[in-house]
Design a protein around this ligand. Structure first.
Ligand code: FAD
Length: 402
């Protein structure tokens, strides 16, 4: 079997290594990761960082030994030669591969303002970041969160539940502007405001001021300023596609891949947050930063490495936990859809179905697993539903299918 080298030791690669062995792969598997830790779950970092167990390993360390997966942790891949099929690491050592999988993930987008390097300013991607954020919550009383996306809002929810003052500054006119419908944005804004979070939309940060090297104030474009003890920056992530681009792999805001995780270069695959991938129901390709997408692409890579057919594409989905709301979202939300609300947001149990000509194309749900499951299935199957019956919580979602 092929000698597989994987660059990046995160969610996508840990899943891939396990699936390859499960599929009977006998060839060598080498994983090169620049973090020192074994691959861990990132979702708890923004949800459980206050008091939960941060070190949630995807697999126990023994797993890799038992499965004969060589983990080269604390090492960074510095170049790839796709003609000679070799990878070089920071020590200068080179290793050969038959199949190379790029699983280098993404890094937080920096805040391009003066003062962003002050102590007490940071993003959230790694275990180290989460430990630092935990310290801030223990020490500080006022947290400013720049960016009203999922990570920022999850952190705000945790901060409030610990009695820490939280202000969310969002440049767009609404929270979750890139990723959720107007309806869900409004519901979440209300929920966060009710918990005591100050939300300021249309708020652009232009600078951070500090004293003795530590952040103390955030300045906004309208001239106003906010006092703070710490600033969490959650303004999106940039794909780590530099290595791929230098190796001549086609990239456009991430590594371009097909339904088999193949890149433009023979023998080189890519999976996870670093990729720009085809998405069912969407023209063109898109970057999906989610565990389900990373897992699906790990399966695609296994199929390609073993010369099997591409797996059937899955409906994209992800989740987010804020307060007692377990959000699950499937499909791609677009502003031109008809939206059907089922349930009452005040009760914390509801679903927003997005229909295009009566056909469900997305569902945003909170504490509503049956609705989520039905919606996700419908999106894949392209069924038509009756909006009135769908909105009636006294009827089963199944009754809505026409
Ligand atoms: P990563 O897990 O980022 O792993 C990539 C690894 O590659 C990193 O360790 C990186 O340091 C390493 N690397 C990069 N370049 C090199 C190199 N040259 N050499 C060696 N190593 C390298 N998704 C959900 O679906 N639901 C959630 O609720 C959710 N919550 C999240 C909360 C937080 C705080 C974060 C940060 C993410 C969350 N996500 C969530 C997204 C999810 O964690 C990612 O989609 C997933 O981790 C992607 O896996 P990956 O393997 O592609 O990237």
């Amino acid at each position: 079997d092929a000698r597989v080298v994987v660059i990046g030791a995160g969610h996508a690669s840990a899943t891939l290594a396990g699936l390859l062995r499960q599929a009977g792969h006998r060839g060598e598997i080498v994983v090169i990761g620049d973090e020192r830790d074994h691959p861990y779950h990132r979702p708890p970092l923004s949800k459980k960082f206050a008091d939960g167990d941060l070190e949630q390993w995807i697999r126990p360390a023994d797993f890799y030994r038992e499965q004969d997966v060589t983990m080269r942790l604390g090492e960074r891949a510095t170049s790839v030669d796709p003609i000679a099929r070799r990878v070089r690491v920071d020590s200068g050592e080179e290793m050969a591969y038959d199949a190379l999988v790029l699983a280098t993930g993404a890094r937080p987008r920096p805040l391009p303002v003066p003062g962003a390097d002050l102590d007490g300013v940071g993003a959230l991607r790694t275990l180290g970041d989460a430990r630092e954020l935990r310290t801030w919550l223990d020490e500080g009383r006022r947290l400013v969160i720049v960016g009203g996306g999922y990570i920022g809002l999850e952190v705000a929810a945790v901060a409030r539940s610990r009695g820490v003052g939280a202000t969310v500054l969002e440049r767009e006119e609404r929270l979750l502007a890139r990723v959720a419908s107007r309806e869900l944005s409004a519901i979440m804004a209300e929920r966060h405001a009710a918990a005591g979070t100050t939300i300021r939309t249309g708020a652009q940060v232009v600078g951070l001021e500090g004293s003795s090297g530590r952040v103390r104030q955030v300045t906004l474009a309208d001239g106003s300023a906010l006092d703070c003890d710490a600033v969490l920056v959650g303004v999106g992530a940039i794909p780590n596609d530099g290595l791929a681009a230098e190796a001549g792999v086609d990239c456009d805001g991430g590594v371009l891949v097909d339904e088999g995780a193949r890149t433009s270069v023979d023998g080189v695959l890519a999976i996870g947050d670093v990729t720009v991938r085809p998405v069912p129901g969407l023209d063109g390709r898109r970057r999906l930063e989610s565990i389900p997408s990373a897992t699906e692409q790990a399966r695609q890579a296994v199929a390609t490495i073993h010369g099997a057919e591409d797996p059937t594409p899955e409906v994209p989905w992800f989740w987010s936990d804020q307060f007692d709301l377990k959000l699950k979202i499937a499909g791609i939300v677009r502003p031109d859809h008809d939206v059907v609300l089922r349930g009452d947001p005040v009760t914390g149990k509801f679903a927003l179905f997005h229909l295009a000509d009566g056909v469900p194309v997305a569902v945003e749900s909170a504490n509503a697993s049956p609705e989520f499951m039905a919606g996700k299935k419908w999106i894949g199957a392209c069924v038509r539903v009756d909006p009135t019956r769908l909105a009636d919580p006294n009827r089963s979602p199944r009754d809505a299918v026409v």
